[in-house]
Design a protein around this ligand. Sequence first.
Ligand code: NIG
Length: 395
Amino acid sequence: MSTLAIDNIGVLITNEQELGDGPLGARRNVSLVLDERDGVLAIEPPGAIADERIDAGGRCVIPGFVDSHTHLVFAGDRAEEFTARMAGAPYRAGGIAATVEATRAADTASLRSLAAARRHAALRAGVTHVEVKSGYALDVDGEARLCALASELTEDATYLGAHLLAPEYRDRPEEYVALVCGEMLQACRASVRWIDVFCEEGAFDVEQSRAVLSAGRDAGLGLRVHANQLRAGDGVRLAVEMGAASADHCTYLTDADLDALSGSDTVATFLPLTDFSTRQPYPNARRAIDAGVSVALATNTNPGSSYSSAMSLALALAVRDMGMTFEEALAAATIGGARALRRTDVGRLGPGARADAILLDAPTPSHLVYRLGMPLVAAAVSGGVVVYRDPDARD
Ligand code: NIG
């Protein structure tokens, strides 16, 4: 077993209230001792024995971000769609079709290397655990290929055959839903932990979405739903009814949605980079939190509605425009993301947790928002191993 000690940590966020002070369980002037196999070993006064050491020099360490909603495996570019939107064009679910065409045409080696580069970019932004969806092939072999590539990046790969009607099935929606629930699901299920559906006007209606989720559940997959992204609808309540781990987007939440979520195990995952990039209003996270809803923040990295893994910008929008305190936002992007993936091993730094942490080039974590858009991740540790070091950060 190989151990790593991060010494001279000014502030360590554990996300475990019993381990430290305040809502995030903060500890001061400690060393964090991590192990490749056994995860978080100890939080001690400086001087612990370890095989390798990093000197934090008074800077802060937080759990790595848990990005519970991404679409990292795709080809093609939709920058023009983004600039047109900024000039006033609306966001439409149908834009997904452009990426489907480019992704179908790409060879597997190219897709693998594009996805790996995006995963590395996310790591540089502090994301140490990630969920990755398929959804840009919409045919049996293509979705199976995307699910397999997603599973090379994470244990939390998601089958999203129900992202949009495949172009060949535009006039035969029920046949496409049957394919998604049948042959396509069978081809994908071995690679993934989750199934997802885009429940929205222009994508799949509530009955079609229920059929997709039921088939996924019968195949042993956990459930996730793209819900209430472009308007209020039935998606959030369907997610709760079906026992989904997460309802994602939640840009439009009615009182009935909040009532359903607050009495459930379904996390409301907000994706503010998408609301930024599609000129949607930001969701009122304060209202959801005050109603007792469990919340997460994720980036939704994808080519159409949010080509960014900048979790610190998601935090900034949450704090400035969604009514969250900084502490709530940081928790939502770490342990909140873990809850949205029904995991207890990430998003925190305490006994039994994986050794996933980030060292920030800052004395306190609030600098992530205070120094808007600055690259503050000095080092990322995943599974007890330093997997990224910013060469320009101070030693
Ligand atoms: O989560 N809403 C559906 N899927 C993605 C957008 C995908 C795209 O536009 O390519 C999302 O925003």
